[in-house]
Write a protein that binds this ligand. Structure first.
Ligand SMILES: NC(=O)c1ccc[n+]([C@@H]2O[C@H](COP(=O)([O-])OP(=O)(O)OC[C@H]3O[C@@H](n4cnc5c(N)ncnc54)[C@H](O)[C@@H]3O)[C@@H](O)[C@H]2O)c1
Length: 423
């Protein structure tokens, strides 16, 4: 099969994990991307990840520290943007304008305007723009979506997504606590916002707020972290960082279907704990297990409870796509994370990344759109910043008004800091 030559841009912690994803893609036997280059403005980071790529993939990619050289290279057709969120558009727009197919890690951008600049650039050049969103690729999420699509619950009227608990250590990196860098409320919240849309369809109205639960974050202890990138980087972090950006988001959404969704993501606070993702309809309710743990989906219908694979006979048309089947097995809607891996979560996630790369490669090679395109990435961002906007506006805001830029008071400072003032 033809393989698209791709350059990984951004070689921090997630860049390292992307290389693990390319290894899974290669080992699937139907790989359609070829990691030929890596790039980071910090050359040492690029070298570190290039060496990991050589170890895992058997060949060292070219190493760049200058994006212009990547974009001018005739043998690079696509880029995989894994820089920190506030720089996604600064890499993505020139890449798309240069005609390079571009996949951008979530959040697509840290404001709606930043996202829109990439969507416009892709429309201008005709290159493919995809958002790298891994959570929906987990097989239990595929199963929940099929349960809803097959009408087993009836029309869903409520979804609950709750994730509570944390402490005052930094969420991986210092930039995840700074408003103008894309703080963790958004950085993590977009995963949930995408899952909500994946399960429940389009957003209509947004009411909510962002919070800074932990005002000061202390350096995390990454001395024994299994990923060398995180271990090395953590040594350079300041002892503390004063938070200027939200670590939590609480929102109530009305969806276009009329259903209501409650989202609570609280990434701090002592004593809080709890995780739930459930969808409720007149005929039943479904409880998802969360990502990367392989635990079974629980479906409760009148008088019975079915778990994981027991649900499959109710869904005769359900199937995983080819790459997902290869990586998780034909009935892989529940699975055991590997016990022998350095870090089981990252090992499972590498398979999700391989699935999203394969989808991106297909979009390039066959001309079909990627599953999570630029619009989808932007809507996830709008769902979270829309909650922050509604707090400032002191009333609910429509998704339409957030997407059009009619509501953007919260985002104005960030756009100014990014040099994205209104034209
Ligand atoms: N999908 C997931 O599960 C998941 C998990 C973690 C991170 N992420 C996403 O991955 C992205 C990166 O996160 P991270 O934790 O790796 O951050 P990081 O800070 O560890 O790494 C970012 C890297 O990008 C480099 N960089 C910054 N600007 C650049 C530019 N203009 N050109 C080239 N390189 C540049 C930095 O030098 C750094 O090495 C973020 O968007 C984050 O949300 C996704």
């Amino acid at each position: 099969m033809e393989k698209v030559p791709i350059c990984l841009v951004g070689c921090g912690g997630m860049g390292h994990r992307h290389v693990m994803g390319y290894k899974e893609l290669q080992e699937s036997g139907i790989g359609n991307l070829d990691l030929v280059a890596v790039c980071d403005i910090r050359r040492e980071n690029a070298e570190l990840v290039a060496n990991e790529a050589e170890r895992l993939l058997g060949r060292k990619p070219m190493v760049f520290d200058d994006l212009d050289q990547v974009l001018a290279h005739p043998n690079i057709a696509a880029v995989d943007v894994v820089t920190d969120g506030s720089t996604h558009h600064a890499v993505g727009v020139p890449a798309l304008e240069a005609g390079k197919h571009t996949m951008v890690e979530k959040p697509l951008g840290i404001t709606v305007r930043a996202c829109q600049t990439m969507i416009d650039a892709a429309q201008g050049s005709g290159a493919v723009l995809a958002t790298a969103e891994n959570y929906r690729r987990d097989t239990p999420n595929r199963l929940v979506r099929a349960i809803i699509d097959h009408g087993l619950l009836g029309d869903p009227y409520l979804m609950i997504q709750t994730s509570l608990g944390g402490d005052d250590s930094m969420a991986i990196t210092p930039w995840r606590h700074l408003k103008e860098k894309g703080a963790i409320g958004l950085d993590m919240g977009v995963h949930y916002a995408d899952i909500i849309r994946y399960y429940m369809g389009e957003y209509s109205e947004i009411f909510g707020r962002g919070l800074i639960v932990e005002p000061v974050r202390r350096k995390p202890d990454h001395a024994d972290h299994p990923l060398i990138s995180y271990r090395e980087r953590a040594k350079t972090y300041p002892e503390t960082v004063e938070a200027t950006g939200e670590d939590s988001v609480i929102a109530l959404y009305t969806m276009a279907s009329g259903a209501v969704v409650q989202l609570s993501y609280v990434g701090g606070g002592r004593g809080s704990q709890g995780w739930e993702r459930s969808v409720h309809g007149r005929f039943g309710a479904v409880y998802a297990p969360g990502e990367r743990n392989g635990r079974p989906v629980v479906l409760r219908l009148e008088g019975k409870e079915l778990k994981g694979k027991e649900i499959l006979p109710l869904l005769p048309q359900f199937e995983l796509n080819e790459i997902t089947e290869r990586l998780f097995g034909k009935q892989g809607v529940e699975y055991e994370p590997p016990v022998d891996a350095d870090h089981a979560v990252f090992a499972v996630d590498a398979k999700h990344l391989a699935i999203e790369y394969h989808d991106f490669g297909e979009a390039i090679l066959s001309g079909t759109g990627p599953e999570v395109d630029g619009e989808s990435g932007m809507k996830a961002v709008a769902a979270i910043v829309g909650a922050y906007e509604s707090a400032l506006a002191k009333h609910s805001v429509s998704m339409e008004a957030v997407l059009s830029g009619e509501v953007q008071q919260y985002q104005a400072d960030i756009d100014a800091a990014l040099g994205l003032d209104a034209p």
